[in-house]
Design a protein around this ligand. Structure first.
Ligand code: TRP
Ligand code: SF4
Length: 459
C-alpha cells in the first residue's frame, strides 16, 4: 500500500500490509461462504477473503446459467506456487460450469518489463499455459490467447481509451509525467481482457469473475467504471419525490434516436400493471398497484425486482441491436498472497522465496526443509510452549497447498500449538508432499504438452 497516493500499485514490489484497509478504503466486500456451493479450499479457509459483485457468479453457478472466468498472466519469469493459486481457481470455476478465458499479458510485459515478443511467447506457453493444463484445465469452452494476437482485445482497448483521461490514470495508478504511452495503454488492454467474454462474438453480456490478488484491484475498479461508461443506458432505482414510491428509470446518455421508445414499447407489451412516462433522455416505469390509495401493503420488493430484471432484459436487447455493448460490471475475488519461504515477500526473482512449478522435485523438497518455521529455539521449549503456526512457512504451505482435508489441517495446527508436533518431522512431512506434487506435476506437464493442440490458443 502506497501511503502518499493511498493507492494500490500493481507494478510495485511492495507487499500488502493491511487487508482491512481494502474494505474501508476501496469498498471490497468480505467473501463469505454461506451457501451450499462446493467451495474451493482457498475459499473455505479465508485465503480468498474479498470480493466485488460476487452475487451474479454464485447465482450463475447455482442456476447453471452462462458465466465466465477470466484471468491474465503477465509473463515475468518462472511460474510458482503463487501463480498456482490463480490457476487452481480458474480450474475450479471451470468445474462449476464457467467458460474460461486466459490471457497472456504480453503487451503489458512488453510495456512494463521491456520483454521481447519472442520471450513473452516462450514464457507464456512454457510457464503458464502448460502448467495450467497440467493442473487440470480442460479444452472445452476455453480460449487461451496472447493479448497481442487478439484483435478484439486491441480494438476494445482503443475504444475504452476514449473514456480514460490522464488524470484518472494518475489518480488510480500514480502515473506521472514520465509514464510512457504503452504503459498507459496496457491499462485499457487489461480492461479489454476483462470485458472480452461479453463481446457479441464470444456470447454477449454475462457475469464474468476475475480471481486476483488485491494488487490487481485498481484494474478491476477501472474496468467496472468503464463497463458502465461504455453502455448506452443506465437502469436506476429511484424514489418519487412526492409520493416516495420507488420507480425505475432508464436513462440514455447518447442513446440512438427511437431506442427509448423501443424499450418503453417492449416493456409495456410484456406486462400488464406497468405505467410509464417518456421524456427526452429517460423513460420511467412504475408499478401501477403500488399507488398510495391502495389498502394493500407494499408489494415490494419481489414485484419490483422482477420488473427491474424485465426492464434490464429489454434494455439489453435494444442496446445490442443498436450496436451497443450492454456490459455487466465484472465480478472479482481477492486472495491473500503467500509469504516467501524465508519470510518476507514471495517473489519470482528470488528463487529461495518460492517453489517454482518446474523446480526439480528433490530441490523443491529441500527448499521446504530450509523454510522459516514458527518453532522454538529448543526441543524442550517447543514441547512446553508449542510452536507458532501463524508465523510458519511450513504451515502456510500446508494451509495453501499441501493439505486438502480441513480436519487434517486443524489437527496439524492443534498438534503444533500444543507442542506435540516438532518442526523436524513436520518439515519432512511437508517436504515429502511437495516433492511428490512436483514429481507428479512434471509428469502431467509432459502430457499437457501433447494435448496443447486440443486447445484454442491465439498467438
Ligand atoms: N496485470 C496482470 C499481472 O500483472 C495480468 C493481467 C492482464 C490480468 N490482464 C488481466 C489479470 C486480466 C487479471 C485479469 O499479472
Ligand atoms: Fe511450523 Fe510444523 Fe514447526 Fe509448527 S511444528 S512451527 S507447523 S514447522
Amino acid at each position: 500500500m502506497d501511503k502518499e497516493t493511498n493507492s494500490l500499485n500493481p507494478w510495485s514490489s511492495q507487499g500488502l500490509a493491511d487487508y482491512n484497509k481494502l474494505f474501508d478504503d476501496f469498498g471490497i466486500e468480505p467473501f463469505v461462504t454461506n451457501s451450499d456451493l462446493n467451495y474451493h479450499r482457498y475459499m473455505r479457509r479465508g485465503i480468498v477473503f474479498g470480493q466485488r459483485n460476487f452475487g451474479p457468479i454464485e447465482n450463475a453457478i447455482k442456476t447453471k446459467t452462462r458465466f465466465s472466468v477470466l484471468d491474465g498472466f503477465m509473463p515475468s519469469g518462472k511460474s510458482h506456487i503463487g501463480h498456482k493459486m490463480v490457476m487452481d481457481q480458474i480450474i475450479w470455476y471451470q468445474k462449476q460450469g464457467a467458460e474460461v478465458f486466459v490471457g497472456i499479458a504480453d503487451m503489458e510485459a512488453y510495456a512494463v518489463r521491456n520483454f521481447s515478443w519472442e520471450k513473452c511467447k516462450k514464457i507464456g506457453i512454457d510457464e503458464y499455459i502448460i502448467s495450467l493444463i497440467a493442473l487440470g484445465l480442460k479444452p472445452e469452452k476455453t480460449l487461451l490467447y496472447f493479448q497481442s494476437a487478439l484483435q478484439p482485445v486491441k480494438d476494445l482497448a482503443f475504444e475504452l481509451g476514449t473514456n480514460v483521461t490522464f488524470s484518472e490514470l494518475s489518480s488510480i495508478y500514480g502515473f506521472a509525467g514520465e509514464t510512457h504511452l504503452s504503459h498507459m495503454v496496457s491499462t485499457t488492454t487489461q480492461a479489454a481482457d476483462i470485458l472480452l467474454p461479453q463481446l457479441e462474438e464470444f456470447g454477449g453480456p454475462c457475469p464474468v469473475v476475475v480471481p486476483a490478488g488485491a494488487d490487481q484491484d485498481p484494474h478491476i475498479r477501472l474496468t467496472r467504471g468503464l463497463a458502465s461508461k461504455m453502455n448506452m443506458f443506465y437502469v436506476e432505482e429511484r424514489n418519487d419525490t412526492k409520493s416516495g414510491l420507488p420507480y425505475i428509470s432508464v436513462r440514455g446518455k447518447d442513446a440512438v434516436a427511437g431506442t427509448l421508445q423501443a424499450i418503453q414499447k417492449a416493456v409495456l407489451s410484456d406486462s400488464s400493471n406497468i405505467k410509464s412516462k417518456l421524456s427526452k433522455e429517460h423513460v420511467d416505469f412504475f408499478i401501477e398497484n403500488n399507488c398510495s390509495e391502495s389498502s394493500e401493503p407494499f408489494k415490494l420488493p419481489e414485484s419490483f425486482k422482477s420488473l427491474k430484471s424485465l426492464i434490464e432484459s429489454h434494455v439489453q436487447e435494444v442496446e445490442l441491436s443498436n450496436g451497443g455493448y450492454c456490459f455487466m460490471e465484472p465480478s472479482s475475488t481477492y486472495h491473500r498472497f503467500m509469504s516467501g519461504l524465508q519470510g518476507g515477500k514471495m517473489s519470482s526473482s528470488v528463487p529461495e522465496s518460492h517453489i517454482a512449478l518446474t523446480d526439480d522435485p528433490a530441490s523443491g523438497g529441500k527448499k521446504v526443509k530450509r523454510a522459516k518455521t514458527g518453532g522454538r529455539a529448543t526441543f524442550e521449549e517447543q514441547k512446553e510452549l508449542g510452536g507458532n503456526p501463524d508465523d510458519c512457512s511450513v504451515y502456510e504451505l500446508m494451509y495453501f497447498h499441501l493439505s486438502e482435508d480441513d480436519k487434517e489441517l486443524e489437527e496439524i495446527r492443534k498438534e503444533c500449538v500444543s507442542g506435540k508436533r516438532l518442526c523436524g518431522t513436520c518439515k519432512s512431512e511437508a517436504s515429502e508432499r511437495m516433492t511428490l506434487f512436483l514429481k507428479e506435476h512434471a509428469e502431467k506437464r509432459e502430457c499437457a504438452r501433447d494435448t496443447l493442440s486440443e486447445f484454442i490458443i491465439k498467438m
